[in-house]
Write a protein that binds this ligand. Structure first.
Ligand code: ADP
Length: 368
């Protein structure tokens, strides 16, 4: 069993910089939890507090139900994998992986068994006698992971471990770490700024900004039921499109964008919900995949049509991103790649009125 609980944890650095504000996280046994958010949001600080590399200014940290605020890092039964690998250059791969066990006075036989087992799991058996400089970035990263595995810790912590790898290798290592999570049956906490990494790896994701947690949820819930505009815009690529406007009563409940390009009569549940916002400012959000192209989708009454010149057309292979403007705000639609739409030409696009998202203009909380 290895649960990790943070209760009202804050971190104030010297000089008064508040990096983390009263956060609560409950990581269950064997769960893979990803902390994600833009640079400076406090995710590394949070991980380093769990590791014991930073003091906790306020609040409590429990591992397996035991308060560990004042327990030394080496006694927390956790292992951390860093972005820069932190391998010893003068040691071989074997020695790098064995080092932590040697320090802890494990006997030679046991060390050998553990290092060989980890090397096998990670597919680095043939490099055991090499020095780190004779390895590729991906191989070094695997050694760094191996060094954590041999310790058989209760909890693995990963601090942006894939950031230094090229895009293809990142995808490979991503699946390796996910597989490792299943085969080791371990609790893992993983920090990244990359929402794709978070979405693909996490059982649950903690979304942070400015030292505060905005939402803790499963990948699908974050995508489909974001609590606010920040989460809605952070998860998903390309991002959700946003535009400001007002709700008006005009033969029904209507969203009118500030620049008047959109005047959408709302339907279904939203017509009722948004009655409370009549004459109020509001944010409308729509995901790129909820805007269709008339060439690839038949018109239905629930769609809202716009005719717009295409500013940029980006073929991705399986799909095409169309960029256009509404009220001088850039929008993007993702459509199936059937034919290549022409840049500069007027295109008829359709917004799915059942897929519109609304956010309070002041609090930016989702309105449902
Ligand atoms: P992230 O990992 O999300 O990029 P960090 O946890 O590294 O963010 O940093 C959170 C905030 O704390 C940032 O504003 C950063 O500048 C600040 N910070 C990080 N480390 C220190 C430090 N040692 N001393 C003072 N401020 C720091």
């Amino acid at each position: 069993m290895a649960e990790v609980q943070l209760k009202n944890v804050s971190k104030v650095y010297e000089g008064g910089n508040i990096a983390v504000k009263e956060i609560n996280i409950d990581v269950k046994d064997r769960e893979f939890v990803v902390l994600v958010g833009p640079s400076g949001c406090g995710k590394s600080t949070t991980l380093r507090m769990i590791a014991g590399l930073e003091d906790i200014s306020k609040g409590e940290l429990y591992i397996d139900g035991k308060l560990v605020n004042d327990v030394a890092p080496k006694d927390r039964n956790i292992a951390m994998v860093f972005q820069n690998y932190a391998l010893y250059p003068h040691m071989t791969v074997y020695e790098n992986m064995a080092f932590g066990l040697k320090l802890r006075k494990f006997d030679k036989k046991e060390i050998k068994i553990r290092v060989n087992d980890a090397a096998k799991i990670l597919g680095i058996e043939e490099y055991l006698e090499r020095k780190p400089k004779a390895l590729s970035g991906g191989q070094r990263q695997r050694v760094a992971v191996g060094r954590a595995i041999v310790r058989k810790p209760k909890v693995f912590l990963f601090d942006e471990p894939l950031s230094n790898l090229d895009a293809k290798l990142r995808v490979q290592m991503r699946t390796q770490i996910s597989k490792l999570h299943h085969s080791l049956n371990a609790t893992m906490i993983y920090v990244t700024h990359d929402q794709t990494e978070a979405m693909t790896m996490g059982d649950r994701i903690v979304i942070m900004k400015d030292g505060v947690i905005h939402q803790v949820d499963t990948p699908l819930n974050l995508y489909n039921l974001p609590v606010n505009k920040f989460v809605a815009g952070f998860i998903g690529s390309p991002s959700m499109n946003f535009i400001e406007g007002k709700i008006l009563q005009d033969n029904g409940v209507v969203f009118k964008s500030s620049g008047n390009d959109l005047s959408i009569k709302l339907i279904g549940k939203q017509e009722d919900t948004l009655k409370a916002y009549i004459n109020k400012n509001i944010w409308l959000g729509i995901r790129p995949e909820d805007i269709y192209d008339t060439a690839s989708m038949d018109y239905k009454p629930k769609y809202y049509k716009i005719d717009t010149p295409l500013e940029v057309v980006e073929p991705m292979g399986n799909e095409i991103f169309l960029y256009f403007f509404i009220d001088k705000v850039q929008f993007v639609a993702r459509i199936p790649a059937r034919e290549m739409p022409e840049r500069g030409k007027i295109r008829t696009l359709m917004l799915d009125r059942e897929k519109l998202n609304f956010f309070d203009f002041d609090t930016e909380l989702a309105i449902r």
